[in-house]
Ligand binder design. Structure first.
Ligand code: PLP
Ligand code: SF4
Length: 357
């Protein structure tokens, strides 16, 4: 058995196993005892938790909260709305489509961490929504839909599939002449870096016509370790690009210091920040959601000008009609026939000539 499979065998999804890593508060323990949802993570992630602090950013992503029962601002049947499952186009359950040239292809609903803030929680965490993820059906739909040039393989976590299954998926996709890129959305470089094995590198690697991009999800600098750094280097060294998609989470990463440290630390291990997502209005995650403006404010106050542009992600809200940018817009203060007036991160102002169109 490989190390990553041992991690899964020892998956921390019982109170007894969790108690090997942390001291549960009476409240946490009571909630876990009454819990009916899927929860848990790898021993590796559990070992990163603060032993005594229930406000630990990793604990809060893993241990259910009593607030999950409240749903004032979340939408019912969120995923059906979000993934456009009620449109006229006939598509397999595994294909979510919001754009002409690309789709999200769900191949599993198993994860290496069951994030309490997951926007797909109806499917992944609550297990209420039943969908059929037949991979061959999805592949056949992609093959007969010539405008699709970019497939985002997602889940659950697609890197939990065996090397053979991942190899099959990639090989079949690369045989489709109109495909130009393959992407994986996976949290495993963060929550189970042991998964990036020589075997997986062989499946992903080498020089091919159709490149592979990986986007992971890292929400807090504490989630980054030497093992993550090595896993990312291994992916890059076999030609796979690695980006990050953070979820903006109240009480976890919604302050200037953490937000800046997170994005700077991602670059130190060669991960390019790609998106920061507004926490979506899925049911039962109100307690993680900030006001919409928060992400733009953080980019303004923590990143833009304060550190390299390479550390700067695009802040977006994912909706049923695609991702909508919510970037800060303070830079242009005014314009007239002669000038554009601009402001920088320190509040200094300047102007450049207005160019007639
Ligand atoms: C997020 C998403 C994509 C990919 O969007 P990018 O902005 O290209 O990363 C594609 N399809 C669906 C349904 C998505 O939700
Ligand atoms: S790893 Fe992704 S799909 Fe799985 S629970 Fe976390 S956010 Fe949801």
């Amino acid at each position: 058995m490989e190390q990553w499979q041992e991690q899964l065998k020892e998956f921390v999804n019982t109170i007894d196993r969790l108690k090997k890593y942390i001291n549960l508060t009476p409240e946490e323990e009571a909630i876990l005892q009454g819990n009916k949802t899927i929860w848990g993570t790898t021993p590796y992630v559990a070992s990163l938790m603060d032993k005594d602090d229930p406000a630990c950013p990793i604990r809060k992503q893993v241990i259910p909260s009593s607030q999950e029962g409240q749903n004032t601002y979340g939408m019912d049947d969120y995923l059906v709305w979000k993934e456009n499952r009620e449109t006229e186009e006939v598509r397999p359950d595994s294909i979510a489509r919001q754009y002409r040239d690309r789709i999200a292809f769900t191949v599993t609903q198993t994860c290496g961490i069951y994030c309490r803030h997951c926007f797909r929680k109806e499917l992944v965490v609550d297990g209420d929504l039943q969908l059929d993820f037949n991979v061959d059906e999805g592949l056949a739909w992609i093959a007969k839909t010539p405008e699709i040039r970019d497939v985002l393989i997602t889940g659950g976590d697609p890197f939990l599939l065996s090397d053979d299954k991942i190899e099959y998926l990639i090989r079949k996709l690369r045989e489709i002449p109109h495909l130009e890129m393959i992407r994986f959305g996976t949290r495993l470089p963060i929550v189970l870096p042991h998964r990036i094995t020589p075997g997986l590198k062989k499946v992903l690697g080498e020089y091919h016509r159709v490149p592979i991009w990986v986007n992971t999800q890292c929400n807090h600098p504490k989630e980054i370790t030497e093992l993550t750094a090595k896993a990312v280097f291994d992916l890059l060294s076999c030609g796979v690009n690695v980006g990050n998609q953070t979820v903006l989470l109240k009480g976890i990463n919604d302050n200037v210091e953490t937000f800046r440290a997170l994005h700077q630390k991602l670059l130190t291990i060669r991960i390019k920040p790609y998106y920061v997502f507004y926490c979506e209005p899925a049911p039962g995650i109100d307690h993680f959601r900030t006001p919409v403006e928060k992400g733009a404010e953080l980019i303004r106050d923590a990143l833009r000008g304060h550190t390299t542009g390479l550390a700067q992600p695009m802040y977006v809200i994912a909706t049923n009609i695609g991702k909508i940018p919510l970037m800060p817009d303070y830079y242009i203060t005014d314009h007239d026939d002669q000038y554009y007036y601009l402001r920088n991160h320190n509040g200094l102002e300047t102007k450049i000539p207005n160019m007639p169109g």
